[in-house]
Design a protein around this ligand. Structure first.
Ligand SMILES: Cc1cc2nc3c(=O)[nH]c(=O)nc-3n(C[C@H](O)[C@H](O)[C@H](O)COP(=O)(O)OP(=O)(O)OC[C@H]3O[C@@H](n4cnc5c(N)ncnc54)[C@H](O)[C@@H]3O)c2cc1C
Length: 430
């Protein structure tokens, strides 16, 4: 539970009730009717680990903790990602405990534990996904993949540049091929989550500035010469380390080229679907954290000699947030389960027509879930008065994280733009 060097504002009785164990109990009661046996069992398994870990390591979730120190321990348990099984790619076998639905469960549990940590680990997954798709059995890539999946190394993804944000396909960072097949990278990147703490980065660059058809994708070891990184700071998420990088003649050997010139844009878009789904289920997880905090608090906090939940202004507002959170969870779960079914049915290669429909769904969920989390986390904290905003409870942390979700992974308007194009494409098919 959050501890603070500043004043105690919330009484002991409420602080105790707000334990991770009780918050998980509330979450599980809510999901009991909709999760299947396997999902519930996995959710509880991750929850059990988080409770034990919080206690053993005496984690307080204060803003001065270094959450990056936890990655290796979560990695050992296989809790960095469960979106794939890594047996064939790098020897990490999750048996049948993997897939999008179980990864959603993993995120739900970890986000209740520490929402900024869940987000940081999520950025490592953005580096994992493209290496998983394009390791091509090249040993150095498989080694990097193992490092990231088992938590021994942290990862980041470098798309955004100081002058190219939403317009990610007209990049200014260049890649110049050398006689031995290696590339020299030159240019600036910014707002790359985890970058200052990362061992591995997946970066995009182009053989010709502003030409999306000439983009390529690279795996970089951040110890290489030419990697210069300083911290970029987002005050809403003080525990998260983002980077601004200046790449100066950074040489990427041939074996580390994940996508050659001409393939970069395709690889970029292929990575955006899982990224957007991941952000969406992160946002849904934050909504649960906020509703549960406000739910416990408003059942205990008394004003005018009554628990505040009984005042309609509080109770009905909370019920509205609860209903919206429950409903989007159902939609999200249905999407994840159906994705898993298709993945299995088509042996891991989802046909392009279905993949295309997934692009729209990913943007729809990203758009709505991140908008909902801004509402739910703010309104839930608001229902808790000063205690919701202060540092004794984790509602303030959820409030901070929820502020950035609409921008990360493509802004609200960009999701709408993607949807508009997808709808037009659909129309042209009839
Ligand atoms: C906390 C955080 C973590 C991040 N992590 C990463 C990361 O790990 N890796 C990475 O590469 N990047 C990362 N980013 C960068 C993020 O992806 C970009 O900030 C985002 O894509 C928006 O780009 P921008 O900031 O340059 O805004 P701009 O593109 O300049 O957009 C400014 C405004 O203009 C609007 N706009 C732009 N184009 C259009 C259009 N065509 N139609 C309508 N509206 C438009 C946008 O919606 C926005 O409101 C992160 C950002 C944050 C804040």
């Amino acid at each position: 539970m959050a501890k603070t060097k500043y004043a105690k504002a919330v009484n002991d009785e409420i602080m105790e009730k707000m334990s991770l164990k009780n918050r998980y109990a509330m979450l599980n009661m809510n999901l009991g009717t909709v999760l299947n046996k396997k999902e519930m069992a996995f959710l509880q398994k991750v929850e059990k680990f988080c409770m034990k870990y919080e206690k053993e390591k005496n984690i307080t979730h204060s803003m001065d903790e270094d959450m990056y120190e936890w990655c290796a321990d979560f990695g050992k348990e296989g809790y960095i990602t469960r979106a794939h099984n890594f047996k064939e790619s790098c020897g990490i076998d999750y048996g049948d405990e993997w897939g999008m639905s179980l990864d959603f469960m993993r995120y739900l549990a970890i986000d209740q534990f520490d929402t900024q940590y869940a987000m940081g680990a999520g950025a490592t997954v953005l580096a994992i996904n493209p290496i998983f798709e394009h390791h091509d059995n090249v040993p150095v890539r498989q080694d990097a993949l193992r490092d990231l999946v088992d938590g021994s190394g942290i990862g980041c993804i470098l798309i955004t540049e100081p002058e190219r944000g939403s317009d990610a396909v007209h990049q200014l960072t260049t890649c110049t091929e050398q006689d031995d097949g290696s590339f020299l990278l030159n240019g600036d990147k910014i707002f790359n989550t985890n970058a200052p703490k990362s061992k591995w980065a997946v970066a995009y660059a182009t053989a010709e500035k502003n030409n999306g058809n000439k983009m390529a994708q690279f795996l970089i070891n951040t110890s290489w010469d030419g990697w210069n990184c300083e911290r970029a700071y987002i005050p809403w998420v003080p525990k998260l380390w983002l980077g601004k990088e200046v790449l100066t003649n950074l040489r990427v050997p041939k074996e580390y080229v994940l996508g050659p010139v001409g393939k970069g844009r395709e690889h970029l878009f292929e990575g955006l679907v899982p990224e957007r789904i991941g952000i969406a289920y992160g946002a849904v997880s934050q909504c649960w954290g906020a509703v549960i905090h406000a739910g416990i608090y408003s059942n205990m906090r008394k004003q005018f000699d009554q628990v505040i939940l009984n005042f309609q202004g509080v109770g009905f507002t909370l019920m509205d947030l609860w209903a919206k959170t429950s409903n989007i969870t159902l939609g999200m779960l249905k999407f994840c389960e159906s994705y898993d079914e298709k993945y299995e049915k088509f042996g891991g290669k989802i046909p392009p027509m279905i993949e295309q429909a997934m692009v729209a769904s990913a943007s729809q969920f990203k758009y709505q879930a991140t908008s909902l989390t801004t509402e739910v986390c703010y309104e839930a904290a608001n229902l808790m008065g000063g205690a919701g905003l202060g540092d004794n409870l984790m509602s303030h942390d959820l409030l901070g994280v929820s502020r950035i979700q609409e921008i990360v992974g493509g802004s609200r308007q960009i999701q709408q733009y993607v949807l508009q194009m997808a709808f037009r494409k659909m129309f042209k098919m009839i």
